[in-house]
Design a protein around this ligand. Structure first.
Ligand SMILES: *[C@@H]1O[C@H](CO)[C@@H](O)[C@H](O)[C@H]1NC(C)=O
Ligand SMILES: *[C@@H]1O[C@H](CO)[C@@H](O)[C@H](O)[C@H]1NC(C)=O
Length: 347
């Protein structure tokens, strides 16, 4: 009996990535998933997800076991702690609330039971949790999926789900526990057989490698308004912007002891999507939708890490400042900053 007891999973952020993660977990039969939604709550709660997926085919009106519109307070609701809490929200530490306070109601600071899984991009995303939840095991999820939610509750997955899971460093947790829990999660997530999920022993490598794309092509497309095909066609786009930025990231990683290879990884990342797909990377989509961008974890953290060990990163530095200005523009539109009133000329 006890070995078929399903794991309880709270998944926060059921957009394009989160919905497919929830589907994989429920499909495998080893987990009961509660999804916390915001903007798409009504759509999903009423009719479920409408999914068109290269891994799962067409799935109509699919609903996870439970759908909530806020993170439950497990103390007041007298709920047992979840086995896993997965975060698939965007991660913008410069825009409150912080991720640690978002999970707070379901994850007491003294937690030792619940494993947190961050399926989010960028560097140092586990650091806030080391401070707020020092005895919580945090797993890294590096996702290479192509999935979007063009309308509330409508999920279109065009590129296969590949997920690398590994434990972040935490001096309070033994390597044994880290390995066992990472492998357990991989087992539960992959049990449905429609995803390529692997245990990775080298989280740092996975994260830096993805940054070669995410700290470079992603913001460059967002800043210029060009998709990944057009930036390659644009005069000087690759040689003047993309390639220098990627080389700086590869160099910073190398100085940190993460060898991504030489220019092969740069060439590979530039050409990772066929030019004629004219793909919009996530940050460009966010800018076009008036959403905040994840520039601190994608650009700010690798820049600060590189600069701290003396790697010159002039291109990434400028990209970071431009992204920061774009973020400020969004903050003003959303009423999060006060500016002095406009004067008339001569006033
Ligand atoms: C959860 O509820 C308890 C009891 O009311 C309260 O003390 C605690 O602050 C709440 N937790 C969060 C994170 O809101
Ligand atoms: C966990 O680690 C933090 C430092 O990261 C330390 O301050 C704390 O005492 C540790 N707690 C336990 C129970 O080992």
């Amino acid at each position: 009996m006890s070995d078929i007891k399903k794991k309880s999973v709270l998944l926060i952020g059921g957009g394009g990535v989160g919905a497919i993660a929830a589907l994989n977990l429920e499909l495998g039969g080893l987990a009961t998933v509660t999804v916390v939604l915001r903007s798409n709550f009504n759509a999903v709660n009423d009719k479920g997800y409408q999914i068109d997926s290269c891994d799962h085919g067409v799935v109509k009106n699919w609903k996870p076991s439970h759908v909530l519109n806020s993170v439950p307070n497990i103390t007041t609701e007298r709920l047992p702690p979840y086995d896993y809490i997965i975060l698939t929200t965007k991660n913008c530490p410069d825009v409150p609330p912080s991720v640690a306070s978002l999970v707070g109601p379901a994850l007491p600071a003294s937690n030792t039971h619940t494993v947190l899984v961050l399926i989010q991009n960028g560097l140092n995303i586990e650091k806030p949790f080391l401070a707020s939840h020092p005895n919580t095991l945090v797993l890294s999820g590096v996702s290479l999926i192509g999935s979007a939610e063009p309308e509330h509750g409508v999920v279109v997955q065009e590129d296969k789900d590949r997920l690398l899971i590994g434990a972040f460093e935490n001096p309070n947790i033994s390597d044994e526990v880290k390995k066992t829990k990472a492998e357990e999660f991989v087992h539960i997530y992959g049990a449905g057989g429609k995803t390529d999920v692997k245990h990775s022993q080298n989280v740092e490598y996975d994260r830096w490698r993805k940054l070669v794309y995410n700290a470079c092509l992603n913001p460059i497309c967002a800043i210029t308004g060009l998709d990944t095909g057009r930036i390659r066609l644009a005069d000087g786009g690759v040689e003047g912007l993309v390639r220098p930025a990627m080389r700086e990231i590869v160099e910073a990683a190398k100085k940190k002891g993460v060898d991504l290879g030489g220019d092969e990884v740069v060439d590979w990342m530039i050409e990772v999507d066929a030019l004629e797909l004219y793909l919009q990377p996530s940050m460009l989509m966010d800018v076009n939708k008036g959403n905040f961008i994840e520039f601190e974890n994608l650009l700010g953290e690798p820049l600060r890490e590189g600069q701290a060990i003396g790697v010159p990163m002039p291109t990434v530095q400028v990209l970071y400042q431009l992204a920061k200005a774009i973020q400020w523009r969004t903050k003003e539109k959303r009423g999060l900053v006060d500016i002095p009133k406009k004067k008339k000329a001569g006033e």
